[in-house]
Design a protein around this ligand. Structure first.
Ligand SMILES: *Cc1c(COP(=O)(O)O)cnc(C)c1O
Length: 230
């Protein structure tokens, strides 16, 4: 059986290969380990192998793992799940990044609730690039408006965009979605100097996402194995 550390090496080498294919430097793509439903012990094992950034979708689950892992230094927690208003206070206090901002109301609450003792929350706007009813995120033509609001909030730093493309589309449709994200992202980056992150690509589409300019891939299954519940 593959150990989790071997799977980490495997995923890192997939990232390096994908970068090589499109003449990008391997350190231009960060790896976010998506640990939802997985135990704190698995996170600890990856941490010991050098992984520092972890993504969680469910607040209560994340808070209890953070508690178990509070002896680990310089661990970056990213909130990547849908956000309800009544969760913003804890999210603002316990995460370094939030990748799933999809409305001004949530951004405003996170800004107000981010403790002054912490650096600004690093945020990404989630884009529903394939216009799926089941997914959160703004439509592409709403990005500019939400970005302009976020830019006015002192406790938030706008870092870029996140997307989860549709799982079932053809290769051609998938590549059109990835390049639509790439254009949206470069437009945003040209307007806001703090924008440097395009969070795109998961276990099954790392390479095409990297070819389309992703700077952060979010990998769960390929690192931790399949999840029992989705
Ligand atoms: C679960 C999840 C992932 C990881 O997906 P895998 O296919 O397991 O790699 C990435 N991003 C988000 C937002 C997720 O919810």
């Amino acid at each position: 059986m593959n150990s989790i550390v071997e799977r980490l090496k495997e995923v890192r080498s997939q990232i390096e290969n994908a970068c090589q294919q499109c003449n990008r430097s391997p350190d231009s793509v960060q790896l976010l380990a998506v640990s939802k439903t997985k135990p704190a012990s698995a996170i600890r094992a990856l941490y010991q192998a050098g992984q520092r950034s972890f993504g969680e979708n469910y607040l209560q689950e994340a808070l209890s793992k953070q508690q178990e892992l509070k002896d680990l230094e310089a661990l970056d927690w990213h909130f990547i799940g849908p956000i309800q208003s009544n969760k913003t206070r804890d999210i603002a206090a316990h995460f370094a990044w939030v990748q799933s901002i999809d409305r001004v109301k949530i951004a405003r609450r996170l800004n107000e609730q981010r403790p002054n003792s912490l650096p600004p929350l690093q945020v990404l706007i989630q884009v529903n690039i394939d216009d799926e009813a089941s997914k959160s995120g703004v439509a592409p033509d709403e990005v500019a408006h939400l970005a302009a609001s976020i830019a006015q909030f002192p406790q938030l730093t706008l870092r870029g965009l996140m997307t989860i493309p549709a799982a079932t589309t053809s290769a051609k449709a998938a590549s059109e979605s990835l390049s639509a994200m790439q254009s949206l992202y470069s437009e945003l980056a040209s307007q806001y100097p703090t924008v440097d992150t395009l969070s795109m690509g998961m276990s099954n589409d790392l390479a095409p996402a990297i070819a389309a300019g992703s700077t952060m891939v979010r990998v769960g299954t390929a690192l931790f194995g399949a999840r029992e519940t989705t």
